[in-house]
Design a protein around this ligand. Structure first.
Ligand SMILES: Cc1cc2nc3c(=O)[nH]c(=O)nc-3n(C[C@H](O)[C@H](O)[C@H](O)COP(=O)(O)OP(=O)(O)OC[C@H]3O[C@@H](n4cnc5c(N)ncnc54)[C@H](O)[C@@H]3O)c2cc1C
Length: 308
């Protein structure tokens, strides 16, 4: 019996390997990983054995076949998968094929009293569900950055070639187009300043850009209405947007609805500016300024510039 890790997103696979290594120690299991290239890197990130297979470009049927072979080869009782767009398609198919329990988009995974116990946000992020699976194997998916990857370890492991029979795809890709990249790498940013509907016009976001610069090059994020409704920015932060983990997250004119807060919970320090004393964002902030962003931000920028 073992723990098997798979994500087609390498960084996410490393993050899952860190969690798998932690669980493996508690469960006295080996950690397997399915990968196609540079298996030694997966070993350095915590895998004991890498099942190396020529996966090629993503095709649901082929990846499903490879993963099922990997489950068989590793005799996995726990399968950790990335909750990427592709992982979300793959995990339920693996669960159906194995008649296995599948717990999706988990934020926490632990081994307590002989059970794998997870936590996941439910009801749009307003509640946390604690679950355990009653079947084996168990499949768990986790979104990027739910766990931190390990520092590369000086570790040896085994690389096992894994053959599988690729089946004919049932969906044919007619065309792929490069998605225009958002200018902000929110998921990896150390400081984020974020705009909410407290901003009255798109041009006013220039103040936020100035603040970002005064903070030494912070990334700029926003709430969903600013992006999805008004189209002022590409990506938003929150449960249906990007999940962020900066040292400093600064909200400006953001009310603090649970769907936004669900994406910023892991920030080290949250600072908020909102002119409504009763706004929910104050309750989740480490520092709050009750004030008008149009007055507070220029003063803050001036102070930061003077300090610099
Ligand atoms: C299924 C679902 C998923 C969702 N996912 C997300 C998500 O991932 N991310 C997300 O952000 N939202 C999401 N939402 C939307 C979410 O519920 C809120 O509507 C949204 O977060 C509110 O955005 P806001 O704070 O910018 O706007 P508002 O709620 O309108 O708040 C604006 C705030 O600005 C303050 N303000 C106004 N003027 C000023 C001023 N001059 N100075 C200072 N403060 C001022 C007000 O007091 C108010 O608190 C989702 C909704 C649903 C239904």
């Amino acid at each position: 019996m073992s723990i098997l890790v798979f994500s087609e997103d390498r960084e996410l696979a490393y993050q899952l390997l860190a969690k798998a290594s932690e669980l493996a120690e508690k469960m006295s299991k080996k950690v397997y990983c399915l990968a196609s290239e540079t298996p030694e890197d997966y070993i350095k990130q915590g895998a004991d054995k890498v099942l190396q297979s020529e996966l090629g470009d993503f095709a649901l049927e082929s990846y499903r076949a490879a993963l099922l072979k990997a489950v068989e080869a590793s005799d996995a009782e726990l399968i950790l998968m990335g909750a990427t767009k592709r992982g979300k398609e793959l995990a339920p198919r693996i669960a159906a094929a194995l008649n296995a329990g599948c717990m999706t988009e988990c934020n926490k995974v632990d081994y307590i009293d002989g059970e794998v116990v997870i936590e996941r946000l439910t009801y749009g992020g307003s509640t946390i569900a604690k679950e355990t699976s009653t079947s084996k194997p168990t499949i768990i998916t986790a979104a990027p950055r739910s766990f931190d990857k390990l520092e590369p370890q000086d570790k040896t492991g085994e690389v096992i070639k894994l053959e599988f029979e690729a089946s004919e795809p049932k969906v044919k890709v007619l065309e792929t187009r490069e998605k225009p990249k958002g200018t902000q790498d929110l998921e990896n940013a150390d400081i984020i300043v974020s705009a909410g509907r407290g901003f009255k016009a798109k041009e006013d976001l220039a103040i936020l850009e100035e603040l970002a610069e005064a903070l030494g090059g912070a990334a700029i994020g926003c709430t969903r209405p600013i992006s999805a409704d008004l189209g002022w920015m590409d990506d938003w932060v929150g449960i249906s947007g990007k999940k962020v983990k900066p040292s400093l997250y600064m909200t400006c004119g953001v009310s603090g609805q649970i769907q936004h807060v669900a994406g910023i919970r892991d920030s080290k320090i949250i600072v908020s500016i909102n002119n409504d004393e009763g706004a929910g964002i104050h309750g989740v902030s480490d520092y709050s300024i009750v004030g008008d962003i149009y007055e507070v931000l220029p003063a803050l920028i001036k102070a930061l510039k003077e300090k610099a």
